[in-house]
Design a protein around this ligand. Structure first.
Ligand code: SAM
Length: 237
């Protein structure tokens, strides 16, 4: 998978993208991430990316020219390699809220271009004429789209085949199947007088599976009953 990120703060994104699972995914060749500084696509010597909103109002707006130019450049350099057209995503609080289902869908794409807004946002013509999808990471306002782009990239990377060590790692995580994960314990079996459920030490894999399934349902009912309404297999539970 190829992900291009357009931002005025590439240096904010870089350390996270090169660490842990994302760094390993790139080393393994499962993922390529290219960071683009929006200022490199400006036409004036001051590398200005923003301007005041028409009609007045607070703050500044990212101008359309560098954003369009950045996307055009990315499409141009990607053409020889890519079979399918890139999906162009704007990170915005107005977008569809990211969830595991959406992450699963997007993880199947060959190429994504992520546009990070800043200030009061992006000129509407970017949204109207350039962007294919708008994604939000929740109902709150961040100072920029960088954290949202990192959240999205992280959630997709975990789903790429061959990225996580164990083949079941994704299947068992919270939200796969619309259920939350069962409780997990590790050594020591007795920590300051606090034990672990005996079944987990029994070595009986069938019983452990049954216990985990029951816990998954109990925890989801308690913490996120809304998820169960969307579970196709709920009747079978
Ligand atoms: N004035 C905008 C509004 O009211 O919708 C908010 C602009 S926000 C301060 C600056 C940028 O941060 C946005 O253009 C967007 O790229 C990003 N952003 C803020 N909150 C976000 C969220 N919840 N999800 C995704 N991106 C977000």
């Amino acid at each position: 998978m190829l992900i291009d990120i357009i931002t005025i703060f590439p240096e904010v994104c870089e350390p996270y993208l090169n660490s842990s699972i994302l760094g390993i995914a790139q080393e393994k060749g499962k993922l390529e991430i290219r960071l683009h500084n929006l200022r490199d696509y400006t036409l004036d010597k001051h590398r200005k990316v923003d301007d005041r909103p028409f009609g007045g109002g607070p703050g500044m707006i990212l101008t359309p020219e560098p954003v369009f130019r950045a996307v055009e450049h990315i499409n141009q350099i990607s053409k020889p390699k890519n079979k399918t057209k890139a999906k162009i995503i704007l990170l915005t609080p107005q977008g569809k809220t990211l969830n595991q289902k959406l992450a699963e869908k997007l993880s199947k794409r060959e190429h994504l271009i992520l546009i990070c807004g800043r200030y009061e946002g992006v000129d509407e013509r970017v949204r109207e004429s350039l962007v294919n999808e708008e994604i939000s990471i929740g109902d709150y306002i961040l100072s920029g789209g960088e954290l949202a782009a990192l959240v999205l990239t992280d959630s997709l990377t975990r789903l790429l085949p061959g990225v996580l060590g164990h083949k079941d790692s994704n299947v068992r995580e919270s939200f796969s199947d619309n259920l939350l994960e069962y409780p997990q314990y590790t050594r020591p079996a007795d920590f300051r007088g606090m034990g672990v459920p005996r079944v987990l030490l029994s070595g009986d894999h069938k019983k452990i599976e049954e216990w985990r399934r029951a816990q998954t349902i109990k925890i989801t009912k308690k913490k996120r009953p809304d998820l169960l309404k969307n579970t196709i297999n709920f009747k079978k539970i």
